[in-house]
Design a protein. Structure first.
Length: 265
């Protein structure tokens, strides 16, 4: 069965606030005869859940949710869910990690000053004679609304290019940067039906910039930066936790619903 993807609303968002997010873990406890205990964490039992509620949904949006629920046969089939409260990118706090595809001619040096006065920034240098990229590819629908953002600076005034790319289409957003930290943003959706989506930072030949807080979100505008390590906000084994999806008609073409989704982590 082809992979299934949780639908995005026509507003460009995946969910409405408030969102209740719960992390469940399990510890195995052995009580010995003398009363002492041996405790072990059970990593295979960890769960992450979202309680979602929607108001004033159009017939189009409520129909998309119902269609997705039917395609999953309720809680039977797994699907890919993008956490609307998290950063989609893996290892956003470490641009030297394996999740990032980096040209051999791009040097990434950690430990640079960041906008908060710490040392979580990166100095990125293109040592080549042509434009080069640092990028990350995710298995998500390329035609969703996404917002790609990061903080950047350059000792000399220059231009930084952010790229959002599907299998056949891409969009480049160029922004001016200088010695002060600037949050640059590339937002929009591509008319690309593929399920491979790439974000990239392109550097001109010889260009050196500082980067911090690289983030991808399934929405129109950027929110507060959320650093990630080995796990980003994309979960390919999510399940509905309800056996029936119910809607309340509030007015003509306006519907509400609530339900839960969970995934193993």
């Amino acid at each position: 069965m082809a992979n299934l993807y949780y639908p995005q609303l026509t507003s460009g968002a995946l969910a409405q606030y408030p969102i209740r997010k719960t992390r469940l873990v399990r510890t195995i406890k052995n009580v010995l005869q003398d009363g002492s205990m041996i405790l072990f964490a059970d990593p295979d039992a960890a769960r992450l859940g979202w309680q979602l509620a929607y108001l004033d949904l159009s017939a189009t949006d409520s129909g998309a949710l119902q269609e997705h629920f039917d395609a999953c046969v309720g809680p039977f089939h797994a699907f890919t869910f993008i956490d609307p409260t998290d950063n989609m990118l893996v290892s956003s706090s470490d641009l030297t990690a394996a999740a990032w595809q980096t040209s051999s001619l791009i040097d990434v040096t950690p430990g640079a000053t960041d906008p908060d006065g710490g040392s979580a920034g990166f100095t990125v240098t293109n040592t080549g004679q042509a434009d080069r990229e640092i990028s990350q590819t995710l298995i998500v629908p390329a035609n969703y609304q996404y917002c790609f953002s990061l903080y950047a600076r350059s000792f000399e005034p220059s231009i930084i290019s952010l790229i959002r790319r599907g299998a056949s289409l891409e969009q480049t957003t160029s922004s001016a940067i200088g010695p002060g930290w600037t949050r640059v943003v590339s937002s929009g959706n591509l008319d690309d039906p593929s399920t491979s989506f790439t974000v990239a930072v392109s550097l001109a030949a010889g260009q050196q910039i500082g980067i911090y807080g690289i983030q991808l979100e399934p929405q129109i505008a950027p929110s507060r930066y959320r650093p990630t390590a080995q796990i980003g906000g994309v979960y390919s084994t999510a399940h509905w936790t309800v056996d029936q999806l119910s809607f309340v008609a509030e007015a003509p073409n306006l519907f509400s619903t609530s339900f839960s989704i969970e995934t193993a982590i």
